[in-house]
Ligand binder design. Structure first.
Ligand code: ZN
Length: 206
């Protein structure tokens, strides 16, 4: 949909330097907030009636094949089994990621800002959403509105010293495991189903 995919490489990278934040002007952040507010009407909140809208701004590098400013909205989606409820912020991220955003050469820090609206009340992301977002955008700008004023924060302020698994280490382990699995499948020519059949035949013969 977006054109050329970046080539997949499984190599172990050097630990990353803190990513520079891409500049987004105030007007764009205000527009983002109003998009979040507008999305609220789609919220599914029959239990709490606390309707939340979110709008996530994805800004790839200049040379990316992706559109320059792509926005994904989200709403809270409640469930009779309360624990299954989804927050608007995570829904917006899920839409972007399931659209394949991470698979393209979008450069460092593509998720630049997320706006959250709960109407007149200021709605800051909950703890789960802060952790969820820090996986993909530890320095994302969080836009809300309080007392009629747009408020800008950085996720690092909202979730300092967040939990991060060492992804480079994880990638290295995954690569090793994948290599092991392919070695084994080459060495073992007899499929499991066949040996099960043989076992059954032997059992019958007895
Ligand atoms: Zn949340």
């Amino acid at each position: 949909m977006f054109g050329k995919k970046k080539t997949e490489t499984v190599n172990v990278k050097e630990p990353k330097e803190p990513k520079p934040q891409k500049a987004v002007n105030m007007k764009k952040l205000e527009d983002l907030y109003y998009a979040a507010e507008n999305a609220r009407k789609h919220a599914y909140a029959p239990y709490s009636d606390f309707r939340v809208g979110a709008a996530l701004l994805v800004k790839p590098n200049e040379d990316s094949v992706l559109p320059k400013n792509k926005m994904y909205t989200g709403v809270n989606i409640e469930n009779g089994s309360y624990g299954a409820t989804l927050c608007a912020e995570r829904v917006a991220f899920a839409k972007a990621i399931s659209d394949g955003v991470l698979e393209y050469d979008i450069g460092e820090n593509p998720f630049v800002a997320i706006a959250v609206s709960a109407g007149d009340e200021e709605a800051l992301p909950c703890g789960i959403c802060r952790q969820f977002m820090s996986e993909f955008a530890p320095e994302i700008t969080v836009v809300t509105k309080a007392d009629g004023q747009i408020r800008i924060r950085n996720l690092m302020q909202l979730l300092p010293e967040s939990f991060q698994l060492n992804k480079d280490e994880q990638a290295a382990v995954a690569a090793l495991e994948a290599a092991d699995v392919s070695d084994e499948s080459e060495a073992e020519e007899v499929p499991a189903a066949e040996s099960a059949e043989e076992a059954a035949a032997e059992e019958k013969a007895e």
